[in-house]
Write a protein that binds this ligand. Sequence first.
Ligand code: SF4
Length: 589
Amino acid sequence: MDIFSILTGRRYRLFDYVGHPEAEHIIITMASSSETVEETINYLNAKGEKYGLIKVRLFRPFSTKYLLKALPSSCKSIAVLDRTKEPGSTAEPLCLDVAQSLFNAYQNNKIETLPRIIGGRYGLSSKDFTPAMVNAIFNNLKQEQSKNNFTIGIIDDVTHLSLPYDKRFEINKSAFQALFFEEDSHLDQSLSSLEKTLGNSKFNYVQSFKEIDYKKSESKQVKHMRIDSKPIKAPYLITNADFIACQNVLFADMDNALNNIQSKGTLLINSSLTSKIFWQSLSANVQGAIIEKKVKLYIVNLKNLKTHYRIGEASISAFDTCFLYLNNGYVYSNNLAQLCTKIISVNTSKQTNFNTISIENKSDFESTLLGKLLRGNEEILVGDLPIDGSYQTNTSIFNTTRTLKEKPDWNSESCIQFGAFSMACPQGALRIKVYENEYLDTKSIGFKSIASKDFDLMNYTIQINEDQCNACNNCIEACDVKTIKLKPHFNMENSDWKYFKSIPEFDRTKIDITKISQQQLQEPLFKYSTGDDGCGEAPYLKLLSQLFGDRLLVANATGASSIFFWDFTNDSLVEKPRRKRSCMVKLVI
Ligand code: SF4
């Protein structure tokens, strides 16, 4: 460790102790959890507690000698935390090492009393580890009958070993907290400029990190940012923000951004609507939450702002500049004055018309286990998980953020019925059907059809599913005669697709699959793939699902196909094709 110190300038012991010098109750843990424990201990000790923390810097080889050096002689009880669960073992690895070390030391008279040692697990299921959990662990440790082998962060109604904790518990919060829900790679460009500008101001300390989406298209990223006049030790997510910015209005609803804003906080949403229409377009849930929390709501049309602003030496994105304008105590810049007419305050005094648009069957899905997971519901019980490990398929349909401003439009007059555009669509959003006269819809205004070239006396329609399309342009590129074009229009009802879906699929036995124009009549069983415009994998998978249907076996190791098939809330295959994990093989038919 001395050599490490010389090389890096950072000094660590094998075990570092922090906390009260005569601590009676101690947590032993490692890695980033120790920051959270230390911050909570400082807060609780200032209120009169005698808590301590041993940070394990080197796990293996485990040194009993140095553990004893770090342990205060006043210690009565210890909670050892592991971020793992080892099924079948009596306790987790760090807990076993600590227990064995102290037991040996007691037997060899190296310590006078043997502290009570309990083990606990945290961070299971990728759950955040927060000061509220640390507080609950100490409360458990102080009980005469402490719960051993406990789990914190999940609700385990099977073993009943989880520790309850008060989510409202917060340690002294001096930092200003902000969340930015942003689309695609916007965050990458803006991450350092805003933080640098803030860090150079009188508020010297800025902490920023981001949650990144696994999806290729329609993805979002959430930036968590804290600003304080003193160093910030808070390696956990922000759940009570002073300020939230949403680049897409759907993030406020679908991602429950409003759950994470504090009372009287500020919410900024990117929108091209006028203040009144914007308010009317919000769902009942969103309006209700805004009114109840007395949130100050603003909208801004980012398209109308310059892409970047220059503040000091940094070039800052328009979205981040709006943050500086609304929180103008942090950075002063003449540049920001011009924003005052662009950021519009929304009148939120009463609830009004609601936007009732929804994806088919979405409300049914929301009440299922996967629906709750997708919405970030924290109250899922261990007992809710299926015993046989089987989950609903074809769920990516519910995991889409419909940000479409333009959609492909079919010009039936110039169409040569080649089908390449449909083949190129990674989403399975553009479909072709050939059908009898009896299915011709005469009522729907937008529904188009022409006579089929390949099949006598049959009708031919190309239809787009607007819920599915992500405007990637692949179909437009693939169409030689440009019969498909992007049009700035959005049919919120998606009624033409609903009608199109009711038309029966064409008889597969009559299709010549060597001709694209006919092969593309086969129904894709791979949909809502979230493949991006540059993603070559999704159209091939879709084609395989059309060609081989329920005889397809997909085996994948990792990469994009893992996201397509193995993220339970983002499964893109309808149930027929089978799928299997594989170490080596990417795809097998
Ligand atoms: S724009 Fe992309 S997703 Fe939409 S229909 Fe065309 S290929 Fe499919």
